[in-house]
Design a protein around this ligand. Structure first.
Ligand code: AFD
Ligand code: MN
Ligand code: MN
Length: 423
């Protein structure tokens, strides 16, 4: 909305410094000839529920100017995309983002150059107009009528997604139990699979179903789709359009996520990602803010595994952010996340895979570590900036966001006390 005319001046001011850095890295590091074009193709979807201030059960501190409706959420993502040219998709959450006029919403998104990524269902909350409660689960529920209601909701989400041009459904279930004895694990699993099969049957031929797992919360004793093994065994029972979705914050402490990713990819069952970072649990912090080396190691496996299967890096997996912002401006935080993801991807593209293979076969552990860390320790910011520049984005999106005073403009326009839907 405010970006166009200022972007040119912003880039002109920074161009010679950028060119110096870009020339330097090209003289120092062997850059694959297709690296910049791969970076330009790589788009990351923004979750509609991460455009407002997050919160915890202790409180919520709004920064103001939050989007009040779906149109304003699309405008926010359009703004991010105008700045970085790398957030060209939005992931919706239904019913928070339900619309009665999908054609108008689709046209509005197209004006901003945005596509619709996965649509998400919500059976972890009760809605005001809802007949039956999800207090004791949804797809796993002991009562067939509750299961039916939850299945029907997912089918409605697919239908809304079809109208918007989405091609995938993400199912995240909070189903589980809080106390030993509450749930028959085996029966809960079987009922969940049975319900998922009904949802899967409503999926168009060119759609994918992503089944997201999470170790704990809001249930604190068991979660029915609690880890990648449970998700993997379920999606295998559904069929070839069903995949596991990895959210980086949904593992027990110290889980080796890069190994999980590698094996799911090998099995052809990795569907996509929810990027975020965490120190303790499902903290939903900015991608790469706590464990950037882990993010790099994950991308290292992704690049290796996708190349082994001849996959298209940009299109064959779902790349989404799932984050929450308690103390930051949500839009600034999302710009930081996108950049961190791009940097990890770039570093993974710089790994000398031929040398790594030789070192592995020689059991040269030291060389293996050196090869990975050489790529990880490369300052790739000028490569990411070059891709952004070629796409027509800002050399420094965050600086431009601040220089333009965008948050203040949003507060003027929408008010200081607005609250976006989400958690
Ligand atoms: C949850 C999951 C899931 C879900 C979201 C709801 O990560 O992706 O859709 O938060 O806001 O923790
Ligand atoms: Mn998630
Ligand atoms: Mn989460």
């Amino acid at each position: 909305m405010f970006v166009g005319e200022k972007l040119h001046d912003h880039n002109a001011l920074r161009l010679s410094a950028h060119e110096r850095r870009y020339t330097f890295i090209n003289s120092e590091v062997a850059i694959p000839s297709d690296l910049i074009s791969k970076l330009k193709d790589f788009q990351i979807a923004i979750p509609s529920w991460a455009l407002g201030t997050g919160g915890t059960r202790f409180g919520r501190f709004s920064g103001g100017g939050e989007p009040r409706n779906l149109e304003e959420k699309i405008a926010d993502v359009g703004l991010l995309h105008a700045l970085n040219q790398t957030s060209g998709a939005i992931s919706l959450h239904i019913p928070w983002d339900s619309t009665t006029n999908p054609a108008a919403i689709k046209a509005l998104a197209a004006q901003h150059g945005l596509a619709f990524d996965a649509v998400n269902s919500n059976t972890f909350q009760d809605q005001a107009n809802q007949a039956l409660s999800y207090k004791f689960g949804s797809l796993q529920h002991v009562d067939a009528a509750v299961r039916k209601q939850a299945v029907q909701h997912n089918i409605e989400v697919i239908q809304q997604g079809i109208e918007l041009g989405s091609k995938s459904l993400t199912v995240w279930l909070s189903d589980g139990s809080c106390f030993p004895g509450q749930l028959n694990f085996r029966k809960a699993y079987e009922r969940t699979v049975e319900s998922l099969k009904e949802i899967y049957a409503a999926l168009p031929g060119d759609w994918k179903l992503f089944l997201e797992y999470k170790a704990y919360e809001p249930n604190f004793y068991s979660t029915t789709v609690g880890d990648w093994g449970q998700s993997y065994s379920m999606v295998n029972k559904l069929g070839e359009k069903a995949y596991t979705l990895v959210d980086l914050g949904h593992h027990l402490p110290n889980a080796n996520i890069e190994q999980i990713v590698s094996l799911l990819l090998m099995e052809g069952k990795l569907g996509g990602f929810h990027f975020n970072d965490s120190k303790y649990g499902d903290d939903d912090l900015t991608a790469g803010s706590i464990k950037p080396y882990q993010l790099f190691l994950i991308f290292n496996e992704l690049v290796d595994g996708m190349d082994a299967k001849g996959m298209n890096h940009a299109k064959d997996l779902g790349w989404m952010i799932d984050a929450s912002h308690n103390v930051k401006d949500p839009l600034e935080d999302l710009l930081q996340s996108v950049e961190a993801i791009q940097m990890a991807y770039t570093q993974a593209l710089l790994v000398d895979r031929a040398a790594l293979e030789v070192a592995r076969n020689a059991n040269d552990v030291v060389a293996c570590q050196e090869i990975l860390q050489t790529a990880f320790r490369t300052d790739v910011r000028s490569l990411v900036a070059q891709a952004r520049l070629e796409l027509g984005g800002a050399l420094d999106p965050l600086a431009l966001f601040r220089d333009l005073g965008i948050r203040n403009q949003l507060i003027q326009e929408r008010g200081a006390k607005t609250q976006a839907t989400g958690l």
